[in-house]
Design a protein around this ligand. Sequence first.
Ligand code: P6P
Length: 321
Amino acid sequence: MSFQKVTTLTEFLLKEEQRFQNASGSFTILMTQIENASKIIASHIKKTGLVDILGYTGAVNTYGEEVKKLDEFSNNLLIDILRESGQVCAIASEELDEPLVLPDSTGEYIVCFDPLDGSSNVEVNVTIGTIFSIYRKGSTLLQAGRSQVAAGYILYGSSVMFVYTSGQGVNGFTLDPSIGSFLLSHPNLHIPEKQPIYSINEGYFYELDENHVRYLETIKKESYHLRYVGSMVADIHRTLIKGGIFIHPKTLKNPKGKLRLMYEVNPMSFILEQAGGLAYSEGKNPLTVVPNTFSQTVPFVAGCKGEVEKYQKFMENKEEK
Ligand code: P6P
């Protein structure tokens, strides 16, 4: 039986590094540290319910959300591993009120992350994830999404997947728990051009403006399928693999949108754009938004190019009548 060659995430990163002559290896080290952290987080999540790591810490984050112990564990782990990597000069986390600047570090990168997005689903065993964005050290910590060097997510679901882009397309790796390595399982991911799947929390229907109501009524008449998990990494990953459109609009409760520009919207916009999709936020590409604060939220739409363009026509009142 011939040995089937598989590519590990480590090998893939090293091959990518070789493509850049003046690469120092710093990016590879950084990505490998994020990979290591994700394996530890995955291991703890798999034990959820068996270990007293569930429940609330009593702490509340910037958005007024109860911080679960797994959130706190994942956040502290990522901060420690990134700080020890020696590759970062600043760390911004959705669970931190302010970015953590490392003045003594010679690191060249800034890492923004949501340590455990959708963690409120952990108790019901629904897929959750870690989302990260990597920027180069610059004149400011707060940079537009277009400046991202890389972005990715780790999806803790029926299998653990590591999906990322460094601007050279999108690749997906699946953890083989028997050897503890992420293996290249989804090379060069591309989102379909169109797909009649929409992903929105219909509970907000009566809070939406007339353009959204008209859009939703139209696609329902066209028998679009509704798929909504309520965990962004799960909804975006399905949209990337199967196609469709993900919509988290502004609502009465969140008039500026709920999703965080720096920790959720920018990384997912970069990934979907690199996979041939489109991202949209109030008439512009979210990657062009110059952020005011790390905790900034925005309305967010992303998915198949054809589906986002169709949605955009309704938002501009220019749809085919
Ligand atoms: P809603 C999870 O709390 C999260 O930040 C994202 O993971 C998810 O897409 C969104 O909120 C779900 O929001 O308003 O539908 O509960």
